[in-house]
Design a protein around this ligand. Structure first.
Ligand SMILES: Cc1ncc(COP(=O)(O)O)c(C=O)c1O
Length: 353
């Protein structure tokens, strides 16, 4: 008989956690569309009382960070649940480079005079540290989307802990397998499970983890009141996807390292950005026209937005509405699980056009 380690390695945890487990039951929670439960037990109505499948997914995702997890209908729903309880007149700090949906969310709230927004480069560690205790919400994103800047999380989170500032980290690009901000003092950690957790570009989902019971209660209440609940099919797919997250990420990361080296040596490519872990890479071509041609010439890699799937995708970010401030030739590249040689051959032929 084999003896499991305690705690389990994360790659074992994602495979084994959150299963029904009793004799005669299926190994996986079935797709179970449910709004209401027969009276007489704890669960009454799923929006407020959760479902066994959401809880299974939350067990897997929370356990990866030794925290509690609350799953949402999308990454944006998860982000909105962090902003929702801020009292009117709050001060919010955001990175200069930040997922544009979250920027829009913050800007909308600021236009409605709910809060004010300040932006700082994620690399300005002193600037971030000096705001701790004076801003109400510090929303960190690291690595940032799409410029892949990384925060000195240890220093910034140490400065934030014990202050009145609520510190949240968007961990979508790193995942809990590469970075655990709650260990370093973050109050909340958010991920779009649409990306690496799901891993197959077939669902929308989001998750927030926390070790603070007061924030857990608030997140669940916000999810219920905003109705931002995950769908039954999406929950099933996220659970199915997360089982292979460690495998997928290892594979994609090693391919990303190989491609970063190749791209850095290619004469038509500039400013290759890679945070040193994970499978997100950004690079520049000389101008927008060349970047567009590259996108059109791909054969294996898919020209599409989003990231974190088994399939490699890339796009010219400045072509996205609201992202025109980015370098025109900037390509954001999500490396997938295909053979490294095939991906490099595809990029090489596309760069030639
Ligand atoms: C870093 C980051 N955070 C949040 C989101 C929003 O997630 P979703 O699309 O699941 O709402 C995205 C989506 O691309 C993202 O890249």
């Amino acid at each position: 008989m084999s003896v499991a380690h305690d705690p389990l390695d994360p790659s074992t945890w994602v495979v084994t956690a959150g299963r029904p487990g009793r004799a005669g039951e299926p190994l996986n929670y079935p797709i179970s569309p449910v709004s209401t439960f027969a009276h007489g037990a704890e669960r009454i109505y799923s929006r407020g009382d959760s479902t066994p499948a959401w809880e299974a997914l939350e067990t897997v995702l929370g356990g990866l960070e030794e925290a509690d997890a609350v799953s949402f209908a999308s990454g944006m729903a998860a982000a909105a649940a962090v902003f929702a309880p801020l009292p009117t007149g709050s001060r919010v700090l955001l990175p200069d480079d930040c997922y544009h949906g979250v920027v829009k969310l913050a800007e909308n709230g600021s236009q409605q005079a709910r809060w004010t927004v300040e932006r700082l480069p994620m690399t300005d560690t002193d600037g971030w540290c000096s705001r701790m205790g004076s801003v109400d919400l510090a929303w960190i994103e690291s690595p940032t989307n799409p410029l892949l800047e990384t925060a000195d999380l240890t220093t910034i989170l140490r400065a934030g802990s014990g202050t009145s500032t609520l510190v949240a980290v968007d961990n979508t690009f790193a995942t809990a397998l590469r970075q655990r901000p709650l260990d370093l003092g973050a109050d909340l950690c958010m991920q779009s499970s649409t990306k690496f957790i799901g891993g197959h570009s077939d669902l929308l989902g989001g998750v927030v983890t926390t070790r603070r019971p007061d924030l857990l209660k608030q997140l669940r209440e916000t999810r219920s009141l905003q109705g931002a609940t995950p769908g039954a099919l999406e929950t099933f797919l996220a659970l199915r996807g997360v089982r292979t997250m460690a495998l997928r990420l290892d594979r994609a990361e090693s391919t990303a390292r190989f491609l970063v080296k190749q791209l850095s040596e290619h004469p038509a490519v500039f400013n290759v950005r890679y945070p040193g872990f994970g499978s997100m890479v950004s690079f520049e071509t000389l101008d927008g026209e060349r970047a567009d041609r590259l996108c059109q010439a791909l054969g294996v890699i898919i020209h599409a937005t989003s990231l974190g799937g088994v399939e490699s995708t890339l796009e010219r970010r400045a072509a996205t509405p609201g992202q025109e401030h980015l370098p025109a030739g900037l390509i954001r590249f999500s490396v997938g699980c295909e053979a490294p040689g095939d991906l490099w051959a595809d990029l090489q032929q596309a760069l030639q056009t």
